[in-house]
Design a protein around this ligand. Structure first.
Ligand SMILES: Nc1ncnc2c1ncn2[C@@H]1O[C@H](COP(=O)(O)OP(=O)(O)OP(=O)(O)O)[C@@H](O)[C@H]1O
Ligand SMILES: [Mg+2]
Length: 201
């Protein structure tokens, strides 16, 4: 099973690109969704997080307050390491299981922090989505009503464009229209079908 790891900085267009692949019938494994799944109510991981950070990490309805957790680990390498040690194996297990169920000729695994967490044994190629920083900021501002300084702090905490490009097998430059991005995804799809040994219909 050919697995494409899709990554890029905040607001670069990962989810948009993943949706375009899904429109082509390609199975998407989204580690953002899996990361939510493994800390759902009743999971061992959530219990460990509460034991570690206290009840204040929960919302009123006893679900995990993800923003608060993100705040706890954002500038705290030790807490971040603790959390990653807990969650990464659980996320990985779900990715491995999801890959076994893939019915399309290849799959796309969305991993926002792929470059920051290499090596990754579950993917065969790295697809990087890049957008100029000014577009990342304006698109995320428009989508989330977040402040520019908040978005910049996240960009600062992520891998740099150069670091991403250094490990990329394929790059999508997302600085034009959505139509252009979709056309570029269609081209990559042909390449991935060919790499997967599937002839195009
Ligand atoms: N080429 C484009 N033209 C216009 N808007 C775009 C384009 N690409 C993405 N967007 C918009 O920019 C926003 C960010 O894109 P998207 O959510 O796909 O990025 P992302 O990399 O998944 O972000 P995150 O890191 O937060 O998950 C979305 O609202 C999306 O609709
Ligand atoms: Mg996204």
């Amino acid at each position: 099973m050919l697995a494409i790891g899709l990554t890029g900085g905040i607001g670069s267009g990962k989810s948009t690109v993943a949706n375009f692949f899904a429109d082509l019938g390609i199975i998407i494994i989204d580690t953002d969704i899996i990361a939510r799944h493994v800390v759902q109510s009743g999971t061992v991981a959530l219990k460990k997080i509460v034991d570690h950070f206290g009840n204040e990490i929960l919302n009123k309805d006893h679900t995990l307050d993800r923003n608060k957790l993100a705040g706890k680990v954002f500038n705290n390498p030790e807490e971040k390491k603790w959390l990653e040690k807990l969650l990464h194996p659980l996320i990985r297990e779900e990715v491995v299981n999801a890959k076994k169920r893939v019915t399309s000729p290849y799959c796309v695994v969305v991993i926002p922090l792929l470059v920051e967490t290499l090596p990754n044994p579950d993917i065969d190629r790295i697809l990087v989505v890049e957008a100029p920083q000014s577009l990342q900021i304006s698109r995320v501002q428009h989508r989330d009503q977040r402040s520019e300084s908040e978005i910049c702090a996240i960009i600062e905490s992520q891998a740099t464009t150069d670091e991403r490009l250094a490990v990329a097998d394929d790059v999508l430059m997302n600085e034009g229209s959505l139509e252009k991005l979709r056309a570029d995804v269609n081209e990559l799809h042909k390449k991935y079908l060919s790499l997967s040994g599937t002839s195009q219909a």
